[in-house]
Design a protein around this ligand. Structure first.
Ligand SMILES: [Zn+2]
Length: 113
């Protein structure tokens, strides 16, 4: 249960941020999830629900922002979309190890009272 651990870690961050901002109730949580993380949104949503139970984030809306994976080619200096299996530059065909996005996994914003 990868997502359960993620949800519990996220909940710690959320509650800490809420305390910093003097929130007594959290209404909405927006998280960024890169597509290369392998995190399933439905599983994360489910895990979030159980992790938030009994906290001030209970019943908060979880918004999952999926981030498309991209890489940059050092030769051509272009940015292009990649996936798990294809990290080749569309211009020169070289394999790129410079991944720009796709591994995001963090709490982006919080809304509450
Ligand atoms: Zn290239």
């Amino acid at each position: 249960m990868h997502e359960a651990a993620i949800a519990y870690n996220a909940m710690e961050v959320i509650l800490e941020k809420a305390k910093e901002n003097n929130l007594v109730k959290i209404n909405k949580v927006r998280v960024k999830v890169g597509e290369l993380t392998g995190v399933m949104p439905d599983a994360l949503r489910f895990a979030f629900e159980s992790a938030s139970r009994g906290t001030i984030a209970e019943n908060a809306v979880l918004e999952i922002e999926r981030v498309k994976p991209t890489a940059v080619c050092e030769e051509c200096k272009i940015t292009f979309d990649i996936d798990h299996f294809n990290k080749l530059c569309p211009s020169c065909g070289k394999f790129s190890s410079s991944i720009l996005t796709g591994y995001e996994l963090y709490v982006n914003t919080l809304e509450g009272d």
